[in-house]
Design a protein around this ligand. Sequence first.
Ligand SMILES: NC(=O)c1ccc[n+]([C@@H]2O[C@H](COP(=O)([O-])OP(=O)(O)OC[C@H]3O[C@@H](n4cnc5c(N)ncnc54)[C@H](O)[C@@H]3O)[C@@H](O)[C@H]2O)c1
Length: 452
Amino acid sequence: MKPSPFQINRRSFLTRCAATAAATGLPLWFTERELAQAAAPRRRTLSPNDRPAIALIGCGGMGRGDTGNAMRFADVVAVCDVDAGHARAAAKQFTVEGRTPDTYGDFRKLLERDDIHAVIQATPDHWHTLVNLAAVQAGKDVYGEKPLTLTIDEGRRLVRAVRERKAVLQTGSQQRSDRRFRLACELVRNGRLGRLEQVTVFLPAGLREGPFATAPVPEGLNWDFWLGQAPKVDYVPQRCHTTFRYWLDYSGGTMTDWGAHHNDIARWAIGAEGPVAVEGRALAEPIPGGYTAFSEYEVTFTYAGGVRHVVRTTRDDNIFGGVVKPDGQRNGLRFEGTGGWIWVNRGEIQASDEALLRTPLPDDAPRLEVSNDHMGNFFDCVRSRRDPVAHVEVGHRSASICHLGAIALRLGRPLRWDPTRETFTGEGAGEANAFVAREMRKPFDYDFLDRG
Ligand SMILES: NC(=O)c1ccc[n+]([C@@H]2O[C@H](COP(=O)([O-])OP(=O)(O)OC[C@H]3O[C@@H](n4cnc5c(N)ncnc54)[C@H](O)[C@@H]3O)[C@@H](O)[C@H]2O)c1
């Protein structure tokens, strides 16, 4: 099989370039470009009836849900997990007519296969970027779970790589393919509420528990690989599967978990790349030795035009809808303008006056991109090579808002943000900018992708 570019590790690649330059007398930049081009993976063009081969990386609850959904469009040929039990269970689940997907413990090995067209990426947040980068460098398209990144710096790197490689990347923020959220955003953008003054996002409160005891690493789990770039610690069951999202080492609490959905919708309606100011207040302190992300909090973002975007946690755990109180105290979003309000969540859309929803927008009103099937939109774009509805910049910018909120909560002071330069400015900027990137534990840093 032809080696993929990250199989040729960077050091040996540079040695080969230097040797070619020396032997031919040609400039180094020229030989580097030529060799890089020769090694670049070729992406096979799909015809409308092709069923691409796909792989799942991260075989937990969401990865298996996403992959089941993707099987409407594609064939699963490989699965990968650092927990062998999860990989085995996924391989069994995705066996079709006696064809069982191959299992892997190291995504770099899986990505060496050139029969795989796209990957579903559903690892915990601290692995998202390295896996996504490796996939696009290997010429794959990616359906990558939200929040797209662990840090703002990761997002900038991923945007660059996706654009350079012309990959198709859909962020798994499926509310972008939900009619109710699109209607709310379209109405707000078209001034149906008059001047938009405030968007309030209600997120479920996170878990506040602990302290937790260490335990022996379960058989089949590669704990060091699972930890990846995060600090090395003894195994604690609550740090691992599913509840990793309540630890700042691996995620950002509900601010980046549910927040990746609702803050994305808030930003879609506001139509801005990001806020210019943020401040946060924790309403409950974590328990020492327990989950480290704040469970209850309030964060306020301010945008250049003066719109406020307030994020509040709610203890109402009926997170998928149900009976919605008009005062909007459930998980969801409330848009308030000079001419009324709209409340929307995954189950319902309501307004201060029904006519705000019922009156059609004019034919020439600016409309938002239509997608009513998030996974279907991804596979359409895999064929057409167009940008999906939650493309890489969408995922990066919406994750950035969540990261800004988490940073403001950690620092507990007002901060100013420049969304164009993607940097904090003014008082406290030095301390805040230190959170824009994180130190990655070796060997699980960016060089890890060259060491395959
Ligand atoms: N779009 C949505 O509505 C939605 C809902 C739930 C979860 N998610 C997202 O999906 C992701 C996974 O969440 P989950 O609840 O399924 O978590 P999970 O803990 O159940 O699954 C994660 C899996 O990834 C595996 N893993 C860890 N590191 C890996 C690596 N380096 N290579 C391969 N596998 C690795 C774990 O062993 C585990 O099996 C999270 O980022 C989460 O935010 C999205």
